[in-house]
Design a binder for this molecule. Structure first.
Ligand code: PGA
Length: 253
């Protein structure tokens, strides 16, 4: 089975209404691809606007976080049931900024992923090592632990593996302009797939993305990596032109 490719933007806490509308206007002509899913994860406050203004395009709309609870008395949280009800198709879980600034752990992620999958959302589980861990040569161990604690237990009970995507994002490469070299990305994506393979026969079907300073200038080189099925893109996803260029490069694989 050929794996799905993904070009996913993560707007983080950026863009005001006018910027978001401008993006939607400029991305209208993007063509649907059978191979590649295109999506934007935006702040919750912009999700209705994006859903409305992207409905004639193939661009999926997703949230950047969702609660481990379906709904209820959890002030300030984002309900996965409401995300789904609104019409969103995917959600990011465990982004390193959630882990770093809001104390999210892989155990929290496991619960969030379980609840999001129950809502039939596509989950993009983000993992990656910090600079300190990278320099200490701990990358592979960190990735294995994040997978073991945050995802592995759900793999065998999940019937539709198309709903699970894994994004490898070294923390030291995010927003720093320091993209990981293709050698590093290839090695770590391979390690992730091998580790998933120890828990799941069908690990070769899972789509693996890379994220961290991906730009139109470096994507072609990265997409040559066998295990790389697309990218999670922060800064370069804010402008429609760059995002469309990234999509074309990914779709060319
Ligand atoms: P960046 O962010 O592309 O701006 O480095 C990537 C991410 O955080 O997902």
């Amino acid at each position: 089975m050929k794996r799905k490719l993904y070009c996913l933007g993560n707007w983080k806490m950026n863009h005001l209404v006018q910027d978001a509308l401008q993006f939607c206007k400029e991305i209208q002509n993007v063509m649907k691809s059978e191979k590649t899913e295109l999506g934007i994860a935006a702040q919750a406050i912009h999700l209705p606007l994006l859903l409305e203004n992207l409905q004639k395009t193939p661009v999926l709309v997703g949230a950047q976080n969702s609660s481990e609870h379906k709904s209820g008395a959890y002030t300030g949280e984002i309900s996965p049931e409401a995300i789904k009800d609104l019409g969103c198709q995917f959600v990011l879980i465990g982004h390193s900024e959630r882990r770093q600034y809001y104390g999210e752990t892989s155990q929290n992620c496991l619960e969030k992923i379980r609840t999001a999958l129950a809502q039939n959302l596509i989950v993009v589980y983000c993992i990656g090592e910090t600079l300190q861990e990278y320099e200490a040569g701990q990358t592979e161990q960190v990735l294995k632990t994040q997978l073991n604690e945050g995802l592995i237990a759900l793999l065998n009970e999940q019937k539709d593996l198309g709903k699970i995507v894994i994004a490898y994002e070294p923390v030291w490469a995010i927003g720093t302009g320091k993209v990981a070299t293709p050698e590093i990305v290839a090695k770590n994506l391979k390690a992730i797939r091998n580790h998933l393979g120890s828990a799941l026969d069908a690990a070769s079907q899972l789509s693996l993305l890379y994220g961290g300073s991906v730009k139109p200038e470096n994507i072609d080189e990265l997409m040559k990596i066998e295990d790389m099925d697309g990218a999670l893109i922060g800064g370069a996803s804010l402008k429609a032109q760059a995002f469309a260029a990234l999509f074309n490069s990914i779709d060319a694989k």
